[in-house]
Ligand binder design. Structure first.
Ligand code: PLP
Length: 393
């Protein structure tokens, strides 16, 4: 059978190859330390689990409205007011099966064949594929290392064409952990307003910021920018709820309505039980979030100092999320590898440390290390990497 053209051109996730290899080595009894995790190593807080169980026991096990439970949308609206100071009508919110599916549905409803979406490099792996699946064309703009991997307004201005439909801003960023400041967002936003480019603001790591850095949403800067922006967020990273699959999109009534229509013919509602858990996540105590954030910050501080001592490693200190994204091009050269992909493979095979090559994020000189794992393991992993590099030099 001939598969559809649209899936034939899908790029398989580069993270999968290394994760599969790490699993294979583990199965053979090797002591592999995996630094590939894209999810917090904490359990979902107990009160959220209890609320979900209670909802099931009370018989809340049926379909909900396709765009989500009104009570949940009211909680999300309250959260926008509290955290960003912005008024979002619950009717302008759609709850989805994870932030990933919010993005997928969004591209499906805004893109026609050939429409362009500006994607800053380094990017989260799913953006280009989702744009292509909707018939769109990814237009890449490189966030330079010297600008903390962020794009500038000048670069954005150069990339905008008549076909530009949207630009993605992911702050804090996966994979770099960097945050856009209010000034930077204002400059980017002005261009988007001038050229009527929709801003897609992926704020999934909003709650995980460090060293006094604070997340600013582009939508909170001015009413005009709020109108121009679709915010994407969810509870996967903030509340350690990756497996619950609850995310959401908020913004233009017209777009949210179109997304709801599409959802009504694809997923219907996101899982009812998970929605009840999310109501508890937003309305209940938030202390476990701070506990997790503090632990991440401590781990980052401890291992960052060790990581930058490795020969051939340079790394800008991340301000958020839970990833380090060192440039290891020089380390790959020093150790005799052809490129960073080969270096990452060698690191796994020789030192038993699994990291994600940056090529999957559009940055072939980098690797991504997740610190969503225990400090003991992190310290052991960084020590192994250091020894691996010194031994091969
Ligand atoms: N956006 C970014 C930048 C992410 O890193 C992720 C998850 O890795 C998502 C969106 C998707 O999150 P969810 O688990 O809610 O689908």
């Amino acid at each position: 059978m001939q598969l559809a053209q649209r899936v034939k051109s899908l790029t398989p996730s580069t993270t999968l190859a290394i994760t599969a290899k790490a699993k294979e080595l583990k199965a053979q009894g090797h002591d592999v330390i995996g630094l590939g995790a894209g999810e917090p190593d904490y359990n979902t807080p107990q009160h959220i689990i209890d609320a979900a169980v209670q909802s099931m026991n009370e018989g809340q096990t049926k379909y909900t409205a396709a765009s989500g439970l009104p009570t949940l949308k009211a909680e999300i609206s309250k959260k926008f007011k509290q955290d960003q100071g912005i008024d979002i009508d619950p009717a302008d919110i759609i709850v989805t099966s994870g932030a990933k599916h919010a993005l997928y549905t969004l591209f499906q409803v805004i893109l026609d064949e050939g429409d362009e979406v500006i994607i800053p490099i380094p990017y989260w792996v799913s953006y280009p594929e989702q744009v292509k699946l909707a018939g769109g064309v990814p237009v890449y703009v490189e966030g330079k290392e010297e600008n903390e991997y962020k794009i500038t307004a000048e670069q954005l201005a150069e990339a905008i064409t008549e076909k530009t439909k949207a630009v993605i801003i992911n702050s804090p960023s996966n994979p770099t952990g960097m945050l856009y400041s209010e000034e930077e967002l204002t400059a980017l936003g002005e261009l988007c307003l001038k050229h009527d480019v929709l801003i897609i603001s992926d704020e999934i790591y909003e709650k995980l910021t460090y060293s006094g850095h604070k997340h600013v949403s582009i939508a909170q800067i001015s009413p005009e920018l709020k109108e121009q922006t679709i915010i994407i967020n969810g509870v996967s990273k903030s509340h350690s709820m990756t497996g619950w699959r609850i995310g959401y999109a908020a913004g233009s009534k017209e777009i949210i309505q179109a997304m709801t229509n599409l959802a009504s013919h694809s997923t219907s509602n996101p899982t009812t039980t998970a929605q009840y858990g999310t109501i508890a996540a937003y309305s209940g105590p938030q202390d476990t979030l701070e506990e997790m954030r503090t632990a991440f910050e401590h781990r980052l501080n401890v291992i960052y100092d060790k990581l930058i001592k490795i020969p051939g490693f340079t790394c800008i200190k991340p301000q958020g999320a839970f990833y380090l994204f060192p440039n290891v091009k020089q380390a790959a050269e020093l150790t005799g590898y052809a490129d960073v992909d080969a270096f990452a493979k060698g690191l796994l095979e020789d030192a038993m440390v699994a990291v994600i090559p940056g090529s999957g994020f559009g940055s072939p000189n980098n690797i991504r290390l997740s610190y969503a794992t225990s400090l003991d393991l992190l310290e052991a992993a960084v020590e192994r990497i250091h020894q691996f590099v010194e031994k091969k030099m």
